[in-house]
Design a protein around this ligand. Structure first.
Ligand code: NA7
Length: 545
């Protein structure tokens, strides 16, 4: 096993830092993976572009950023002491609380000593003569490792609107996924927010509270539902804590790692009164009850879904004074749940404020950013601050930002140009000992992040251990296994309601991205069962050498 570079290797290769394992990303999966690799007694380094831990919860520090999974269902399950210690303040934790949580984890497990912060990997090349990866950061720091785990996240490569001239804007602008640590003061300012996805519906009500004037630019209306957050008292927490063992067991066996599960009963099998009462009850309940806690035919039956859409539309109309604005924010181009359903707090009411306007980009597109604001088809509009809530190049963006070169000079970017290809969402043929945590084709795309990552992290710890303790030492996906897995992912989405909507799951939000389905549609237990079967059958579908 390789010694940590600073101890033994510096004399031999002073310019290269050598480790057994390099993990890219100190977000919630990278941190957990680090701990599992450490336990194997291997030398490991985490490379993190930010200056702190937490990934998503480090970068997305915009006002209003918070979970829409219940806080306690999203925390790490592996540390009993921390489970006993941590008091969640709210049912759906805000970004500051989550950042504090990940920092507490980092303190407790001395994570930072194994992380190079403010370091972004620019390239990695597989060296066949040594069976190792050579990685180089944007600053030129060089690393070498036998195994690389990309814990780079599904939603971490910010998407900038394809509108020219942002560099000309003389005011302040911020992408929500690169929000500054210093407070952005909207008081009395003329503010534009572009984007009305999960992020947009969180940031818009917060900005509106203090802005002089807020203009929201909406490309597509989204079905957003009320979050119904609330503080958690000590009594709540002690009750929730008592139920942790059962809760984690339930989450492990749930469809997507959430506390809510589809009801196997169809909406068409109950009376209209019963169905409507159920919808009303769900509407008044927290979080995703209003989505994956309902009748399962909403996920596949267009007619059933349409009835629920009508119910939601009526609820939105009740909250917006001006029916013309309600018409604009009620989606008319996709079924409920065919895109990620954002949860909101006072989003719709925000349009009742005198200081808020809504502009539909389909009617009045932004042609360019100007020195003073934006030029739309209708003329120039001046702003002091522009907020880009335009999301991410999801699933593949973060990996495509790195020049990854595998066997025979093949690059990952080229290999994925017509859509990602993976085996199990974990490996790519031609890229030995390179593992992906939370990229395309895995369960995390549709699920509760930590719950979907946990089994994969454990699986990877086993395979990493095997790499260092077996004569083979090198593992790579078999091209045929990769073809079948990729086909399976794509086929699962064909003909579904999801396929009728433009969404990040098909790469539709990014101009020029191939329209290919990228998430795993089966259940979490099924995914884990498939992973474990592969391992138990001697890594079926992998080439060991
Ligand atoms: P999303 O959900 O991808 O939303 C991005 C929003 O930005 C959405 O309204 C987009 O419209 C809009 N958008 C994207 N590009 C443009 C351009 N060029 N011009 C105008 N508007 C644009 O990202 P979020 O950050 O809100 O949420 C990401 C995840 O965070 C979410 O899935 C949750 O898991 C948490 P569109 O709908 O594409 O027409």
């Amino acid at each position: 096993m390789t010694e940590v570079a600073t101890q033994s290797d510096t004399a031999r290769t002073p310019e290269v830092r050598e480790y057994d394992v390099v993990i890219i990303g100190a977000g919630l999966t990278g941190m957990h993976q680090l701990l599992t690799v450490r336990e194997l007694g291997l030398s490991v380094r985490v490379i993190e572009a930010g200056s702190g831990v937490g990934g998503t919860w480090y970068w997305n520090r915009y006002p209003g950023a918070r979970l829409d999974s219940e806080s306690y269902s999203y925390q790490y399950a592996f540390d009993k002491e921390l489970l006993d210690e941590w008091q969640w303040k709210e049912m759906f934790a805000s970004q500051p609380e989550l950042e504090a949580y990940y920092n507490r984890v980092a303190d407790k497990h001395e994570i930072r000593k194994d992380v190079d912060f403010d370091t972004r990997i620019a390239s990695m090349v597989f060296d066949e003569s040594t069976d190792t990866w050579d990685l180089v950061s944007t600053e030129g720091t060089r690393y070498r490792a036998k195994v690389v785990v990309a814990a780079t996240g599904i939603l971490s490569d910010p998407n900038f609107p394809n509108i020219p001239g942002l560099e000309n804007f003389k005011g302040e602008w911020h992408h929500t996924a690169m929000w500054p640590k210093e407070k952005v003061d909207f008081t009395g300012k003329r503010v534009a927010v572009i984007g009305t996805g999960a992020t947009g519906v969180q940031v818009i009500p917060e900005v509106a509270k203090t802005a002089g004037h807020l203009t929201v630019f909406q490309r597509t209306a989204n079905w957003a539902v009320p979050l119904r957050n609330r503080p958690l008292s000590d009594e709540d927490m002690s009750e929730i804590r008592d139920g942790y063992p059962e809760m984690f067991e339930k989450l492990r066996n749930s469809f997507s790692g959430f506390l809510h599960s589809w009801d196997p009963v169809k909406s068409t099998d109950v009376s209209v009164d019963e169905r409507d009462a159920r919808y009303e009850e769900a509407w008044n309940s927290p979080g995703f009850t209003k989505w994956i806690g309902l009748y399962n035919d909403l996920a596949y039956d267009a007619e059933a879904n349409k009835i629920y859409c009508d119910f939601l539309a009526s609820k939105i109309r009740e909250r917006i004074n001006d029916p013309a604005i309600a018409d604009k924010v009620i989606p008319d181009d996709h079924y409920f749940g065919t895109k990620r359903v954002p949860c909101e707090t006072n989003y719709y009411e925000t349009y009742n404020r005198d200081n808020v306007d809504l502009i539909l980009l389909k009617e009045n597109p932004i042609e360019e950013f100007t020195e003073k604001g934006v030029r739309t088809a209708d003329g120039e509009m001046e702003f002091d601050i522009i907020v880009l809530a335009t999301g991410f190049d999801a699933f593949t963006g973060a990996l495509n930002q790195i020049d990854i070169e595998g066997l025979n000079g093949a690059t990952l970017r080229e290999k994925w140009k017509d859509g990602p290809k993976t085996y199990l969402g974990i490996q790519v043929a031609g890229f030995p000992n390179f593992f992906i945590m939370g990229g395309p084709h895995g369960k995390g795309g549709h699920g509760n992040g930590p719950r979907c990552a946990e089994p994969v992290i454990e699986w990877m710890a086993t395979v990493i251990n095997d790499i260092f303790t077996h004569p083979w030492g090198r593992i790579e996906a078999d091209p045929e296994a990769e073809r079948l897995w990729t086909q399976d992912v794509v086929d699962a989405a064909a003909g579904t309601l999801q396929a009728t909507a433009k969404s990040i799951f098909f790469g539709d939000n990014i101009e020029g991205k191939p329209r290919v389905y990228v998430a795993y549609l089966g259940s979490l237990p099924e995914f884990v069962q498939r992973l474990n079967a592969v391992r138990d059958e001697g890594y079926r579908g992998f080439i060991l050498s």
